[in-house]
Design a protein around this ligand. Structure first.
Ligand SMILES: NC(=O)c1ccc[n+]([C@@H]2O[C@H](COP(=O)([O-])OP(=O)(O)OC[C@H]3O[C@@H](n4cnc5c(N)ncnc54)[C@H](O)[C@@H]3O)[C@@H](O)[C@H]2O)c1
Length: 443
C-alpha cells in the first residue's frame, strides 16, 4: 500500500526499539556489533544504512551523499534492544555459545550484553524439532500466547521510553507449512488461533502481535510467518510495513549475481549443484528434514525466477538444481558453501564454474538485520505499509504482490532500493540512459 507524499518523511526522533525474535548467533553478533561500533574503533561493514552513498541527479553534478545523510534514519545511539528466546541465556552467554566473535569484541562489552535478557518465548517443539526450550510462555490458546507477546511489546516500549519499534525474526527455521484455509483471511486466522490449529506456527503469532501493535515486521527465516494472505491484509489494514523471507547472505547472494550474468549473456545452464557445511545451532536445526524443507524451498526458487525457463527453453528448460545443507559441527558458524555450475555456450559446448565461499554466516547476516530494522522504521515514518518489495535486496525469497513474480537479481534489487529512497525524498529516478551526456554541438 502506497500512500506517500514525496519528500514527507517524519523525522527519526527518539529511541528506536529493535525487538529480535531469537537471541542466537545472528542476533547476538548483531547486538554486539552495534555496541562495538557505538564505543568506537569498529566499522559496521556490510551495512548500507551506515556506509553506502547514493548518487542524486546527473553524473556531472557530483552529488553523492551518504544514505544516512539523505534519508532520516535512526542513529546507532538511539537504538535499544529487546529479544525473546526459549533458551534463557542472556546475550553475553549466547554470544559465547555461538562463538562467532573473538573475545576482544565480547569481553569489553560484557556488562552491556548481560543486560540483554530474553523474554519468555512463544515456542513449541512441534515447529522446531531439534530445540528444547524452558524459557517459554504458557497459555490456553494460541491467541492467549499472542496476546502475551503484545503485552511484552507494550511493556518494552514503555520501560525503554521508545518512540518507535520494529521486530525482526532472527529465530530458528520452523518446519515447512503450506498456506491453507487458516491463513486465507484474518477472520479464519484468528479463529484458528482460538482453536489451537496446528497451521498457526509461533512465528505467525509474533507477526500477528507485531501488526496489532503497529510494529513493522521483517522475517529473516524462510518460514511463512507474515507471508500469508491473512497477515498481508492485516498489515495493509493497520498500515504497517512487512517483509521477508530469509536473509540473503552467502550462497544465495552469489547465486543471484551469477545467474543474472549467465542470462544477460544468453549462456545456457545444464545444472547447478550447491552444497554447504555448517556447524552452528542453525545447522543443527536444519539437519531436521522438516526444517530443511522450508529452507530448501526458499533456496530453490531463485534460479527459476531469474532464468525464466518458459521464455528460454533452449537455455534453461532442463536445469538440474540441487541444494544440500550438511550439519558439520567442527566448522561452527564458519560455513563453507560450494557451487558447481555446469554451463554451456556457443553451439552447446560445455563449461564449468566452481565457487568455494568460505564465509561466516552471522557476520554476513548482522548488517542485514541492522539495515532491515532501520529501513522498515523509515518505511513506517514515510507512510508505506504492507509488503516492502523495495527491500527484496535483503531477502532470499522476497515477498511480492500476488500478481508479480519476485525480483531476485541482486543488482536490480539494489537499483530498486536506491530509486525508492530517491522517490521517497522527491529526487529524480536514475534510469542510466545518459544520452544527454553525448549531445555534442556540431563544429
Ligand atoms: N546467518 C545467516 O547467514 C542466515 C541467513 C539466512 C537466514 N538465517 C536464519 O536466521 C535464523 C537465525 O540464525 P542463527 O544462526 O542465529 O540461529 P541460532 O540457532 O543461533 O539462533 C536462533 C535462536 O532462535 C531461538 N528460537 C527458536 N524458536 C524460537 C521462538 N519461537 N521464539 C523465540 N526464539 C526462538 C533459538 O532458541 C535460538 O536461540 C535462522 O532461522 C536462520 O535460518 C540465517
Amino acid at each position: 500500500m502506497i500512500d506517500v507524499e514525496r519528500g514527507a518523511v517524519e523525522p527519526a526522533d527518539g529511541k528506536l526499539g529493535i525487538l529480535l525474535v531469537g537471541l542466537g548467533a545472528v542476533a547476538t553478533t548483531y547486538i554486539a556489533g552495534v555496541e562495538n561500533v557505538r564505543r568506537g574503533g569498529a566499522t559496521p561493514v556490510g551495512s548500507l544504512a551506515e556506509l553506502s552513498t547514493i548518487r542524486l541527479g546527473k553524473r556531472t553534478e557530483n552529488r553523492s551523499p551518504r544514505i544516512r545523510d539523505f534519508v532520516p534514519l535512526a542513529t546507532l545511539n538511539d537504538i535499544v534492544f529487546g529479544a525473546w528466546d526459549p533458551i534463557p541465556d542472556n546475550a553475553y552467554v549466547s554470544c559465547n555459545v555461538a562463538g562467532v566473535l573473538d573475545s576482544k569484541h565480547v569481553e569489553p562489552i560484557a556488562d552491556f550484553l548481560k543486560s540483554v535478557e530474553p523474554m519468555p518465548a512463544v515456542f513449541q517443539r512441534d515447529y522446531v524439532k531439534r530445540l528444547e526450550g524452558i524459557n517459554v510462555k504458557t497459555g490456553a490458546t494460541k491467541r492467549d500466547l499472542a496476546e502475551a507477546i503484545r503485552e511484552d511489546i507494550r511493556n518494552f516500549k514503555r520501560q525503554n521510553d521508545c518512540s518507535r519499534l520494529v521486530m525482526v525474526w532472527c529465530a530458528s527455521t520452523e518446519v515447512f507449512i503450506k498456506p491453507g484455509p487458516a491463513h486465507a483471511t484474518i477472520q479464519a486466522f484468528e479463529a484458528a488461533m482460538d482453536e489451537n490449529d496446528s497451521a498457526i506456527a509461533p512465528s505467525m503469532l509474533y507477526a500477528w502481535a507485531s501488526l496489532m501493535e503497529n510494529v513493522p515486521f521483517a522475517n529473516g527465516a524462510p518460514n511463512l510467518s507474515v507471508d500469508t494472505p491473512a497477515l498481508i491484509q492485516l498489515a495493509v489494514d493497520r498500515e504497517v510495513p512487512i517483509g521477508g523471507k530469509d536473509f540473503k547472505t552467502g550462497q544465495t547472494m552469489i547465486k543471484t549475481v551469477i545467474a543474472p550474468m549467465l542470462k544477460a549473456r544468453m549462456l545456457g545452464l545444464a545444472g547447478w549443484y550447491s552444497t554447504n557445511i555448517l556447524g552452528n545451532r542453525d545447522g543443527e536445526v536444519l539437519d531436521d528434514p522438516e526444517s530443511f524443507k522450508t529452507k530448501e524451498e526458499s533456496k530453490l526458487g531463485v534460479l527459476e525466477h531469474i532464468l525464466q525457463p518458459s521464455m528460454y527453453p533452449e537455455l534453461y528448460g532442463d536445469v538440474y538444481h540441487k541444494v544440500r545443507i550438511n550439519y558439520y559441527p567442527p566448522r561452527g558458524d564458519n560455513k563453507e558453501g560450494w557451487d558447481n555450475i555446469d554451463i554451456f555456450g556457443w553451439l552447446g559446448y560445455p563449461m564449468q564454474i566452481k565457487i568455494d565461499f568460505l564465509c561466516r554466516d552471522s557476520i554476513l547476516a548482522a548488517p542485514i538485520v541492522h539495515d532491515l530494522a532501520l529501513f522498515f522504521d523509515l518505511a513506517q515514518r514515510a507512510g508505506m505499509s504492507g509488503i516492502q518489495e523495495w527491500l527484496s535486496f535483503y531477502f532470499k525469497s522476497p515477498m511480492a504482490a500476488p500478481q508479480l513474480t519476485p525480483e531476485h537479481d541482486l543488482f536490480i534489487q539494489h537499483a530498486k532500493f536506491k530509486n525508492t529512497l530517491r522517490w521517497l525524498m522527491g529526487e529524480e529516478q536514475i534510469t542510466h540512459l545518459g544520452v544527454e551526456y553525448y549531445e555534442y554541438e556540431r563544429a
